[in-house]
Design a protein around this ligand. Structure first.
Ligand code: FRU
Length: 430
């Protein structure tokens, strides 16, 4: 029944009904990936925040679970994270009432049900924006660390027992982009560096919300950015990639992230009916160097390879298109209604762009029709394009470029024209 709606994605996670925004509290335990999310079960616009819950064995096929948290006397339930600690799973979230405060809840059954802690809230402040706690274990100091979004900075706290939190430091005032409020942080060690993920709204490269990040070091007390203050790095150069955070406790030292595939500029207006918003495909983060800087690489998680079905001659509503490109390539996806998406790889300028101005329904918001453009940090040899009923996610196969954009064509793009490259199309079978 959930597939009846015209724009309902075939292989992206969506709630069966209702409104969804940020992915929350993601973790991996005993072979299961848990995804919680900002959820309004009573309507398909932002309101009444709860945490919804879905689980998966392969990061692609998701099973809906009963919703996890309902609003209480401390407020509605905003974004947060989960940690695993032996058999326990502990959730941290923002109670958004008159003030924003942090609360926690404990699960004894692997994350299926939680009991809110009687001592909530565990952390308070007089700041109006004080939210989205992300907690992890830091071996060096044998303490838990919480990173929190506070206006336009990130604050770090530490704890021995998960209940009592001590302020350590703040990061950000003079670093990166400050076009909006900083939200949904994450802090993780990748190889020998630390990456601080900072979602920001507005201030994104093409307006509205987007994910920036900082590369540096973390000593258990303080994050130190290794770039010059003005340097801004974006994780994805599309318009529909927000609230990106990683799964706690992922196997094989992986850094698997999901984004909310929308933009606060028009998320409440997109032309779906029964539900609103999906998640990006899962991606694995790494690092690469270009010039003097270290950047985060983004590749589709290996689970997506297993989704490749038969090779087909024409694009379908759910397919992966692999394009081997030369110095200059143009890829046009179109349908019989004259709707089209134009993508250009320009080896000279080392850029990749996607034009969705004629992609289909663009009428619901003036901010929707646009062309997004990304630096490719050197040459691209192969592009991977993931097409679903209302989205296109483009990646450089080596991870140096990611671009996520929604599109609402009245019928699937079943035609492709490629200049300066060779396309192989795989059906994605759900
Ligand atoms: C980000 C955000 C978070 C907040 C949540 C509320 O999209 O604004 O900062 O916790 O959404 O739904």
């Amino acid at each position: 029944t959930t597939n009846r709606e015209h724009f309902r994605p075939v292989y992206h996670h969506t709630p069966a009904y209702g409104w969804m925004n940020d992915p929350n509290g993601m973790f991996y335990k005993d072979g299961v990936w848990h995804l919680f999310y900002q959820y309004n079960p009573y309507g398909s616009q932002w309101e009444n925040m709860h945490w919804g819950h879905s689980t998966s064995k392969d990061l692609v096929h998701w099973e809906a679970q009963p919703q996890t948290f309902e609003p209480d006397w401390l407020g509605s339930i905003f974004s947060g994270s989960c940690i695993t600690n032996g058999d326990d799973v502990v959730a941290f979230y923002t109670s958004a009432g008159h003030h924003q405060t942090q609360s926690m809840a404990i699960s004894k059954d692997g994350g299926m049900t939680f009991k809110k802690y009687e001592g909530n809230p565990i952390l308070t402040s007089d700041k109006p924006d004080f939210r989205d706690p992300n907690v992890f274990w830091f071996e060096g100091t044998k303490r838990w660390v919480m990173i929190l979004a506070v206006g336009q900075e990130m604050q770090l706290y530490s704890s021995e027992n998960l209940k009592d939190w001590k302020y350590e430091s703040a990061f950000g005032q003079e670093y990166g982009n400050h076009g909006g409020v900083w939200e949904c942080p994450d802090l993780m060690k990748i190889d020998n560096k630390w990456v601080l993920i900072c979602n920001i709204n507005p201030g994104g490269p093409f307006g509205g919300s987007a994910t920036q990040y900082f590369v540096g070091q973390f000593d258990g007390h303080k994050f130190t950015c290794e770039s010059m203050p003005k340097v801004t790095k974006w994780m994805d150069y599309g318009k529909d990639h927000y609230a990106t955070v990683s799964f706690y406790n992922a196997p094989e030292n992986r850094h698997v992230v999901l984004a909310w595939m929308s933009n606060w500029q028009y998320a409440n207006q997109v032309p779906t009916k029964q539900y609103r918003s999906g998640n990006s495909i899962p991606r694995d983060l790494g690092l690469f160097n270009f010039g003097e800087e270290t950047y985060v690489s983004v590749v589709p998680s290996k689970e997506m390879l297993a989704m490749r079905g038969a090779k087909v001659r024409k694009p379908t509503e759910a397919c992966e298109i692999v394009v081997d490109v030369k110095n200059q390539a143009e890829i046009v996806l179109s349908n019989s209604k004259g709707e089209e998406v134009v993508m250009v790889y320009d080896g000279q300028r080392q850029s990749f762009s996607m034009d969705r101005t004629k992609s289909g329904d663009v009428s619901f918001s003036e901010a929707f029709a646009c062309t997004t453009i990304a630096p490719t940090y050197g040459h691209i040899k192969q592009l991977r394009l993931f097409i679903d009923r209302c989205s296109i996610e483009a990646f450089d196969a080596e991870g140096k470029m990611a671009m996520t954009n929604l599109v609402f064509p009245s019928e699937p793009y079943n035609n492709i024209k490629v200049k300066g490259g060779k396309a192989t199309i795989y059906e994605i079978k759900k």
